[in-house]
Design a protein around this ligand. Structure first.
Ligand SMILES: [Zn+2]
Length: 370
């Protein structure tokens, strides 16, 4: 029932609008105009000023005619860089790419196009559907900043589908990790490196000694990385400042938290040996979850996939999404593969077939009577 040409047209319209994180104004206005055309009411929250963007989270509640609990369909409006001046080309084999200088933005515009097309089909055919909630979040890419500023208490749904996963449509992730970043600044004392080095406290040495004790890569059930380091001002000055940053991920929230604390302690202890001070900032960006494989949100997904001839299989992802935030606040959800591949690169692509699979899946879930 999906109108593929119309779906492609919507997707193209979305792709050609610039939508950097914190700059989603135009894409939000486009979605609003589409919602208006579908006689839907909507609400944009006031998070723009709070998060330093030009646009709020966009939300729409759609009353249903099937007397079942509502379902939330979540997506994000921002795309990663390079994304200015995106274009899309539909190749003869059905593959859809950018011109290679920007991302395509199927992450997560494919989801938005799918939701809009699915509801359009419902509307034009007068199909009985369940109550629905659509949430188009801003600033998902920089650690879900947008949805964290959204007032979740207005949501009526207890179950969510977050169309925001790469891979073939028909797969969904029911598990995602905790992600904690850390920033550690070593403060020593500067001195002339030639005239009076003994007066200095070497911040870079203190940082280096700490880093040498931190295992990176896969560490038990975690991944650990030191991603950046900066420090020092000149070859003839004992450096008084050095900062390194990194992250820890784990499916165990407890283990990730404990490991970040361990790194903080190590830095403080090592700094002390040098007579330096370590200032530590630890930020938990997302919290791990595992949605039960027997949960109705999963069963419904599997049934819809079955009806569409899709795999209906589950996986875990080591990436975060707005679903981490929803689950943390009592809305059980899964992250659904949505016709996006090689995301966050200029090779990102989708296909006509996969886009229509994603829209059909959204439609089937919206119509589901279970
Ligand atoms: Zn995404």
């Amino acid at each position: 029932m999906i109108n593929t040409a119309r779906l492609l047209n919507t997707f193209k319209n979305l792709v050609t609008i610039d939508s950097p994180s914190f700059g989603e104004r135009q894409i939000c206005d486009y979605i609003k105009s589409e919602l208006k055309e579908l006689d839907l009411t909507f609400y944009e929250d006031d998070c723009a000023a709070k998060i330093g963007g030009n646009c709020g989270n966009l939300y729409s509640y759609i009353d249903g005619d099937i007397n079942l609990p509502p379902l939330l369909f979540c997506s994000h409006m921002d795309t990663v860089e390079p994304s200015r001046g995106k274009t899309m080309t539909v190749h003869d084999n059905g593959t859809i790419t950018s011109d290679g200088t920007t991302v395509l933005g199927a992450d997560d515009l494919a989801a938005i196009a799918s939701y809009l097309e699915a509801y359009r089909v419902i509307k034009e055919n007068g199909l009985p559907h369940r109550p629905l909630e659509l949430l188009f979040a801003v600033a998902e890419e920089p650690y879900n900043i947008g949805i964290k500023a959204f007032d979740l208490s207005i949501l009526k749904s207890k179950e969510a589908y977050v169309f925001d996963l790469s891979g073939p449509v028909g797969v969904a992730a029911n598990q995602a990790p905790t992600l904690i970043s850390f920033k550690i600044t070593f403060l020593g004392r500067s001195a002339h490196a030639g005239f009076a080095p003994e007066n200095g406290i070497h911040a870079i040495k203190a940082a280096a000694q700490t880093i040498s004790q931190i295992k990176c890569g896969r560490v038990d059930d975690l991944t650990v990385n030191i991603g950046t380091i900066t420090g020092g001002t000149a070859n003839n000055i004992v450096p008084d400042k050095c900062t390194f940053t990194g992250e820890v991920r784990s499916f165990s929230d407890e283990h990730a938290t404990a490991h970040a604390d361990y790194i903080a302690g190590l830095a403080k202890k090592t700094a002390q040996i040098f007579g330096a001070v370590a200032e530590v900032e630890i930020t938990k960006h997302i919290t791990a979850y595992c949605t039960d494989t027997n949960h109705s949100v999963v069963k419904r997904f599997k049934n819809s996939c079955k009806g569409l001839g899709l795999a209906g299989s589950l996986c875990s992802t080591y990436g975060g999404s707005d679903n981490n935030h929803l689950v943390l606040h009592g809305i059980d959800g899964i992250v659904v593969a949505t016709a996006m591949n090689d995301c966050h690169t200029t090779d990102e692509y989708t296909t006509v077939k996969e886009l229509s699979n994603a829209a059909n899946l959204a439609l089937s879930l919206m119509l589901s009577k279970e």
